[in-house]
Ligand binder design. Structure first.
Ligand SMILES: *[C@@H]1O[C@H](CO)[C@@H](O)[C@H](O)[C@H]1NC(C)=O
Ligand SMILES: *[C@@H]1O[C@H](CO)[C@@H](O)[C@H](O)[C@H]1NC(C)=O
Length: 762
């Protein structure tokens, strides 16, 4: 979400931050306790009218259950627009028998999905117009994305937010075929020229969750509103009141494509959603005519055919990579046809000054704000109060039980024994709040998720510091007879003063466990401490959930600028132009233990660069039907293919024309081929620059590509030969086609394999 600020102003308040819920597979019992929701996939739609598709589903299920009534009673969703299939309540035995029907490609249980932001757009070079600067060329040329429709599959939307104002918008694009479903707190007027469609999917969601949410597209959680306003929120704060979180991160809030239209698909209710509801949303979105689908959720064992059918219909599908970093192999939603987005940090910081009784000042990070006009003095620590240092705040060490924190600021030294620092933070904050304390200073190696300093700290000041600072504060506390400290409200610092570009530690890392032959994630986008709309106000959140809508907003602008580009072309432009160094030429780092220079398993091609992506020079395009060959016909039973045109000839996966090359088992020299299409100057010459992965010789033939009117598409080959006879982990390189105007870079990952007994995934 784009915010920038010159002024600091006050906004109204906040909702409690949503914490990314981490849920396990939930098996739902229904009617006798032994049935659960299964998704049956039947491939391409082969009947003309959706009603005929529905009838064919009932025929099939009726045959299985030997009753038409039973079929109607068990059916939960029909997938009938983008692909054919249905979700139904079945016993395991029924599911097994259904899988044996000749037309059935797969029957799989529905899995629970997880949901996994103002400065960020200026940081990316997408300036909005202001009194001193014009809007960036990309925004102007794409008409701010006005003709593009972004579908957001999430927890719904809050239509009253200023971010969804439709003032000044032209009519809804005539190709739109979506609906505005109403509910108790959602009238037909809640759809507008901005929110042009809204649907919700309650079928199959257990009552205990539905009871806690609205049966309408309305968002009571905040996650969906935050994501939608990040991708496509109208500009807020251009004149009048700036958007901010209690004055922090104040400025103009806006989406990446600020005039794009939003279509809402609410598939998560009170934290519950599953693959059946998400597939229903994707199927409808294909029918309705969205251009870009943004999914800030992870779907374990994703039913990736839903996204594949969408991509084959020209829809760019963007997923969040997940929040399970920095461990390797945690990236989710990794099919090669989607854009999988990692989270990076932007050039904004929230320094918070801690002053000790001896006048020494230390700086930490927080989102601590002072409530204005408050009567009680307990909330603020702006006067000196007692300082207590705890050896450990890890619950199982039980050190805290002995400490009386009343009126005091507690310091938690970093504990090498800590299993999960964020759980320990929550535990310590609760102890301080309940004990009537006034503040918490907590040592942690990363400040990625400052949201916790708000979420867990009602009425107290919480600050995250590094270990060096925590030790110095504790040294002071131990050497002084009555140590005191005070904590100042947080300030906001931006731009060149802050060393920016880092992949956030929580961002899930590659390689993909589902598709190891492809580099994932694809790209990184801002996802740490992002300010965007929640309800009627603006709140910062962190997660790859915030990164995915940034990429979706960029994809929407590219679609507006280049309406004829395929999803593969849009993805290629985003990956090949991404930054691998920051504005100072410093390599982008990846936070984690230890911090290191980022590699393609952290950020794919690099940090997203919207203005570069508008003019990529060359693109690696893919005929959407080529994906079928690489789907490994995974969903294939004897002789039946997932797609009418599924090609079972075993083409190596590394030949799929992606803007990246990954070879997880390089045993002997291989030749990889790629094709590039010139979308820049008609007459251009590109020279190759090769950076070989360590231990591998990489040669590119030819090393010069000449384009003209007759030759817009050129093929080249990449020969990869292991030099070392040494089994180990992945090493990384790149292939860059360049001239004096363009740099087109793709990442390369290789792992030499000699024997199968050992493989290192890191
Ligand atoms: C949305 O609909 C509700 C219920 O009909 C109404 O009270 C509310 O004012 C509407 N909001 C907008 C932005 O139109
Ligand atoms: C201040 O305290 C009074 C009396 O306790 C209360 O009525 C009032 O709402 C308080 N004001 C604020 C801003 O909290």
């Amino acid at each position: 979400m784009g915010f920038y600020t010159r002024s600091s102003s006050q906004a109204r308040v906040a909702w409690v931050l949503l914490l990314l819920c981490s849920c396990t597979l939930l098996i739902r019992a229904h009617g006798g306790g032994s049935r659960k929701l299964y998704i049956t996939y039947l491939g391409d739609v082969r009947h003309g009218h959706p009603d005929d598709v529905v009838a064919s589903h009932h025929d099939m299920l009726g045959t299985l259950l030997q009753s038409k009534e039973e079929s109607v009673a068990s059916m939960v969703y029909h997938y009938k627009h983008g692909f054919s299939g249905f979700a139904a309540m079945l016993t395991q035995d029924q599911a097994t028998r259904l899988a044996e029907f000749p037309e059935v490609i797969s029957v799989k249980p529905s899995r629970r999905v997880r949901t996994t932001t103002t400065r960020s757009w200026d940081f990316l070079g997408l300036n909005y117009q202001s009194s001193h600067t014009p809007a960036s060329e990309l925004l102007q040329m794409s008409n701010f994305g006005e003709d593009v429709i972004i579908g957001v599959v999430d927890t719904g939307i809050w239509p009253e937010s200023r971010s969804f104002s439709d003032v000044g918008y032209g009519p809804v694009p005539s190709r739109w075929k979506g609906e505005c479903q109403t509910g108790p707190d959602w009238g037909i007027n809640n759809c507008s020229r901005k929110i042009i469609g809204a649907r919700f999917y309650t079928a199959g969601v257990p009552d205990e969750y539905l009871k806690r949410d609205s049966l309408s597209p309305r968002d009571h959680n905040g996650h969906g509103t935050h994501c939608a306003s990040t991708a496509a929120g109208s500009a807020v704060g251009v004149d009048g009141e700036a958007a901010s979180f209690h004055g922090l991160a104040a400025g103009v809030a806006r989406g990446g494509a600020p005039r794009a239209r939003i279509a809402v698909y609410k598939s998560i209710f009170a934290g519950y959603g599953d693959s059946a509801t998400v597939l229903a949303a994707i199927d409808d979105a294909i029918h309705d005519g969205v251009d870009v689908l943004s999914l800030s959720l992870t779907v374990p064992y994703e039913n990736s055919y839903g996204a594949l059918h969408a991509v084959q219909k020209g829809i760019t599908v963007v997923y969040s990579a997940g929040n399970d970093g920095p461990r390797p192999q945690t990236v989710e939603d990794t099919s090669p046809w989607v854009l999988t987005v990692a989270a990076s940090k932007i050039d904004r910081s929230f320094p918070t000054v801690i002053e000790l009784g001896n006048k020494q000042q230390m700086v930490g990070q927080s989102l601590y704000y002072q409530v204005k006009n408050i009567n009680s003095s307990s909330h603020t620590t702006s006067s000196f109060t007692k300082l207590i240092c705890a050896r450990s705040c890890v619950p199982r060490h039980e050190v805290l039980h002995e400490i009386d924190v009343k009126g005091a600021i507690l310091v938690c030294l970093n504990d090498n024994d800590a299993i999960n620092p964020s759980d320990d933070f929550a535990h310590a904050a609760k102890y301080v709040v309940e004990g009537g304390g006034s503040g918490l200073i907590f040592a942690q190696y990363t400040t990625d998720a400052l949201s916790s300093t708000v979420a867990y700290c009602p009425g107290i000041a919480c600050v995250i510091v590094d270990i060096y600072i925590s030790r110095r504060i504790c040294e002071y506390a131990m050497d002084t007879s009555s140590p005191t400290a005070k904590i100042e409200p947080t300030r906001t610092v931006m731009s060149k003063d802050v060393l920016a570009s880092k992949v956030a530690s929580f961002s899930s890392r590659g390689p993909s466990a589902d598709y190891p032959a492809f580099i994932k994630p694809d790209v990184a986008a801002p996802g740490a401490n992002i300010l965007a709309a929640v309800g009627d106000s603006y709140v910062t959140k962190s997660g790859t959930s915030m990164a995915a809508p940034h990429a979706a907003g960029v994809a929407a602008l590219l679609k507006a600028l280049h309406p004829d580009w395929s999803p593969a072309a849009i993805k290629s432009a985003i990956i090949t132009t991404a930054h691998v160094t920051d504005g100072h030429g410093m390599p982008i780092l990846a936070e984690g233990l230890p911090r290191k220079v980022a590699d393609p398993f952290d950020y794919g091609g690099g940090n997203i660069n919207p203005c570069g992506a508008a003019h990529p020079g060359l693109i690696y395009d893919i005929d959407p039907h080529d994906y079928n060959k690489f789907f490994r016909c995974a969903n294939v039973k004897e002789g039946i293919s997932a797609f009418a045109s599924c090609d079972t000839t075993s083409m190596p996966e590394y030949n799929l024309n992606l803007p990246s090359i990954s070879v997880p088992d390089l045993r002997s020299a291989i030749t990889v081929s790629r094709t590039v299409t010139n979308v820049g100057e008609l007459h251009s010459v590109y020279h190759v620059a090769v950076q070989s992965p360590t231990g591998v010789k990489m040669e590119v033939f030819p090393d010069v590509l000449v384009f003209d009117a007759a030759n817009k598409v050129r093929k080249f080959e990449v020969k990869l030969s292991p030099i070392w006879n040494l089994q180990g982990g992945y090493t990384f390189g790149s292939i860059t086609w360049q001239n004096d105007r363009q740099v087109v870079r793709i990442p390369v990952a290789t792992r030499i394999t000699i024997q199968d007994f050992y493989a290192d995934v890191a």
